[in-house]
Design a protein around this ligand. Structure first.
Ligand code: NAI
Length: 249
């Protein structure tokens, strides 16, 4: 069955791969990112493959922008019942060097963003008596040097997900989280840059600790998201799936 999906942070990386995958599964997809123009590659890839998509510019941490974005999607594509809260940023620093802005901006995009988007979309899900919410956590939720803000946000996503599962289950809505390990995207590229290591070396170093002996690709996460969003996954809710090529972060 065709549903209307919103994927945040879908201009590139994991969000773009997830938007493409959901479109391939037959859904109409709102490709949401900070800047509407940045969504055009993802939208073009979907439409060229025969799918339906629209670009939406919005900052997920801005309540007014979120409300306007969800209203626009509802008008132009239809009432959204699938939501993937994927938008994310990193502002890594050791605790003693971490600024209040580093803290607030990371918590703002991940947690406040997922909260605002979920609150806006749940009304359509409840009306439809069906819905899927997928939140992007991370193996960093278990703790990661230099990421006190990000680890707190990603652990927070897990508690948020479980609570949505409890509150919304009776309306046919499931909520699950994916905690990716090392995935090759602009985000991991910028981490390599920050620590001053060539990206290939950075990847090789990370892969040395991954049992399946390769780095993750955005599609690895998109595949897991597609499962959680499927009709068949209706009895799977409140779960955190680590997609990291092995059992440990
Ligand atoms: P990325 O940096 O390639 O893409 C993130 C996208 O989010 C960008 O297009 C960016 O413009 C958008 N975005 C940032 N702030 C936004 C805001 N306020 N409103 C709307 N859009 C916003 O990152 P990547 O690697 O694709 O990550 C996607 C998600 O997966 C993030 O939540 C990230 O924390 C998570 N993740 C990534 C891992 C990795 O190894 N790449 C590992 C674990 C989790």
């Amino acid at each position: 069955m065709t549903r209307i999906a919103i994927v945040t942070g879908a201009a590139r990386g994991i969000g773009a791969a997830t938007a493409l995958r959901l479109a391939r599964d037959g859904h109409a997809v709102a490709v949401l990112d900070l800047d509407e123009a940045s969504c055009s590659d993802t939208v073009a890839a979907i439409t060229q493959a025969g799918g339906r998509a629209m670009a939406v510019g919005a900052n997920v941490a801005d309540s007014g922008a979120v409300q306007a974005a969800v209203a626009r999607v509802t008008e132009e594509l239809g009432a959204p019942t699938i939501l993937v809260n994927n938008a994310g940023i990193i502002r890594d620093n050791l605790l003693f060097k971490m600024t209040e802005d580093d803290w607030d901006s990371v918590l703002g995009v991940h947690l406040r963003g997922a909260f605002l988007m979920s609150r806006a979309v749940q009304q359509h899900q409840v009306e439809a008596g069906w819905g899927r919410i997928v939140n992007l956590s991370s193996t960093s939720a278990l703790g990661n040097r230099g990421q006190a803000n990000y680890a707190a946000a990603k652990a927070g996503m897990q508690g948020f997900t479980k609570t949505l599962a409890i509150e919304l289950g009776r309306y046919g809505v499931t909520a699950n989280a994916i905690a990716p390990g090392f995935i090759v995207t602009d985000m991991t590229r910028s981490t390599a840059e920050r620590v001053g290591v060539p990206f290939d070396d950075f990847v090789a170093h990370s892969v040395a600790d991954i049992p399946v002996a390769r780095a993750g690709a955005p599609e690895d996460i998109a595949n897991a998201a597609a499962f959680f969003c499927s009709e068949e996954a209706g009895f799977v809710s409140g779960q955190v799936l680590y997609v990291a090529g092995g059992p440990r972060a």
